[in-house]
Design a protein around this ligand. Sequence first.
Ligand code: HPA
Ligand code: ZN
Length: 326
Amino acid sequence: HSLLALAHEMPKTELHLHIEGTFEPELMFSIAKRNSVPLKYQTVEELKSAYQFENLQDFLDLYYQGMSVLLKEQDFYDLTMAYLERVHRDNVVHVEIFFDPQGHTSRNVSFETQINGIYRALKDGESKFGMTFKLIMSFLRHLSEEDAFKTLEQAKPYLDWIDGVGLDSSEVGNPPLNFKNVFEECKKLGLAVTAHAGEEGPPEYVWQAIDTIKVDRIDHGNRALEEADLIAAIKSRGLTLTVCPLSNLKLCVVSDMKNHPIRTMLKFGLNATVNSDDPAYFGGYMNDNYTALIQGSGISKIELYTLACNSFNGSWLNSEQKSKHL
Ligand code: HPA
Ligand code: ZN
């Protein structure tokens, strides 16, 4: 099928990817074994059969459980390298990946251990595949702003390696407003800023991300479509939306791929992009997300092309770096 071939072969970037969400069950079992960490599930099949979610929290419970076997620098390296090798085959040429430091420091795995492993893999991926990267540290919004400030302190020796900050985890009840001060500090340090908003949370949270956090990008943003003036604000500011089709389906943010809002976003002139979020949990990597859109939503060739262009335009690469990829 020519649309599939086009989508799979075109160069693209991935802008919304949690590295802990790329933890494939096979790798999880092998790292659990070498670290002598017991898993709640006996087999890969048993674990996979638990990947049925009714909402974001159902997923997050398993996501935090899964990442708990990551203890050593090499674990973070292996996790990251497996992802880069995988998406290199999908013709992803640039990645901007999140990691969740608090998901590990809370288990006494140091910030240093995490970032050393992740960063070394990103550098190796760059020399092996020519794949460029940005690293985004994400604050867990179910924890306090004080805890986010502590994490920022731990990050300070590594700011040369960190390009941006994000906000993720349980959205409803944890509005962006709660993190106003820490993001202000991040901006002062020269970090780019993004936040998950409007995945499950109301349009008001998207407004807060824009007006209070002053984001450079919005992760998900689905529920922004509920308000015309919010759509206009996103458009006038030229903000990119990092949309995640298979994630939305798996977490019941959308009921069916034929109802997925990404084409509506494009019709409104919003800079929507395609991303995989947590591919090991949601049934697919970058090209699987394009496949799902092609098979489920009736997306056109020009829309596919626009999505790939948006993925470069919405990235934090400078124009010289972008042109090298195109
Ligand atoms: N939403 C919020 N937090 C997350 C997600 C997500 O899709 N993936 C990993 N942490
Ligand atoms: Zn996400």
